[in-house]
Write a protein that binds this ligand. Structure first.
Ligand code: NAP
Length: 295
């Protein structure tokens, strides 16, 4: 039987509607408007498109939103000064620096300069450390989106065998850590695979929940998936162009074959992707509430 499709587009829509109501209430009852700044350095087309999407969504939700475009020859010192300015700005609750940054700018130094209390991307080591001990304030957006997809699709993670393919700092490691926590939406038994894993299929075939973030088209084929598994495909790979000239996207999972075996699966596009921006919005609303002393 073909798998149920877990639509990130639908779940994201639902969460954004909830957030919109929350933003209206914050404005009416507490005179608080969540503020988000997205800093874009240079003119990388993919980065422009990501930042535009974030700005559009934040405006739709009623945020105070600023898109700060800087030239690609901005000095590291000036960029750090700009972050310091936003760290001190009471109208700004979330600061996002779009990566990658041009050569010559130390990304780590820039990300570490963001006040952890305004790090709505959840990449600051303070926030990643809190995540590891189960006390996260701001979860990294893509892993948080994956967890929401599991919870809102009624997938029980308690005691489930979760296999994560990929160990990056932005997806694999944090999502593995999150699902390991002694918390609702977690409590799983987690295995993490990577390029040095011996016999990866032996692991993936055990998975009740398989999360794939490898960045390789068809890294997961049907013979690597257990009957009835829930498959979350994080990968976004550009493979040629559609008839209209747009980039054609695919995930890391052989979707057509795996959907015949899995119980549920996320599509690409329309799966994890829409959740990432939504979680950024959720973190910004949370930060606004924290800064206003409401939570
Ligand atoms: P990354 O930093 O390149 O990490 C990829 C990870 O996958 C690495 O740990 C690598 O292992 C592992 N890997 C690669 N090929 C593998 C294979 N054949 N077998 C087993 N492990 C393999 O990538 P990332 O930033 O985590 O992103 C992963 C994918 O998710 C990309 O396609 C990216 O575009 C997508 N993504 C999507 C969203 C979204 O919002 N939808 C957000 C973030 C990322 P090693 O560590 O051994 O090299």
């Amino acid at each position: 039987m073909a798998a149920k499709i877990i639509s990130g587009t639908e779940v994201a829509k639902q969460i954004r509607a909830e957030l919109k109501d929350e933003v209206s209430e914050l404005k009416e009852k507490h005179d608080v408007v969540p503020g988000l700044v997205t800093i874009l350095v240079g003119e990388n087309p993919a980065s422009i498109s990501y930042v535009t999407g974030k700005q559009k969504t934040s405006k739709e939700l009623g945020f105070h939103s600023i898109q700060d475009n800087q030239p690609d020859d901005i000095s590291e010192e000036k960029l750090l000064g700009l972050i310091d300015q936003y760290n001190k700005d009471p109208k700004i609750h979330g600061i996002l620096v779009q990566l990658p940054l041009p050569k010559g700018i130390n990304e780590t130094k820039v990300l570490y300069a963001i006040d952890p209390a305004k790090d709505v991307d959840g990449f600051h080591p303070v926030n990643l450390g809190k995540l590891m001990i189960g006390e996260a304030d701001y979860l990294p957006c893509t892993p948080a989106g994956i967890q929401q997809l599991l919870m809102r699709s009624g997938t029980d993670t308690n005691g489930a065998e979760v296999v994560v393919v990929g160990r990056s700092n932005i997806v694999g490691k944090p999502v593995a850590n999150m699902l390991l926590q002694k918390q609702e939406g977690a409590n799983a038994t987690v295995t993490v695979c990577h390029t040095r894993t011996k016999d990866m299929a032996a692991h993936t075939k055990r998975a009740d929940i398989l999360i794939v973030a490898a960045g390789k088209p068809k890294a997961i084929t049907a013979d690597m998936v257990k009957d009835g598994a829930v498959v979350i495909d994080v990968g976004v790979n550009r493979i040629g162009k559609t008839a209209s000239g747009k980039a054609k996207l695919c995930g890391d999972v052989d979707f057509d074959a795996v959907k015949e075996k899995a119980a549920a699966i996320t599509p690409v596009p329309g799966g994890v992707g829409p959740m990432t921006i939504t979680m950024l919005m959720m973190n910004t609303v949370k930060s606004a509430k924290v800064h206003a002393g409401l939570i």
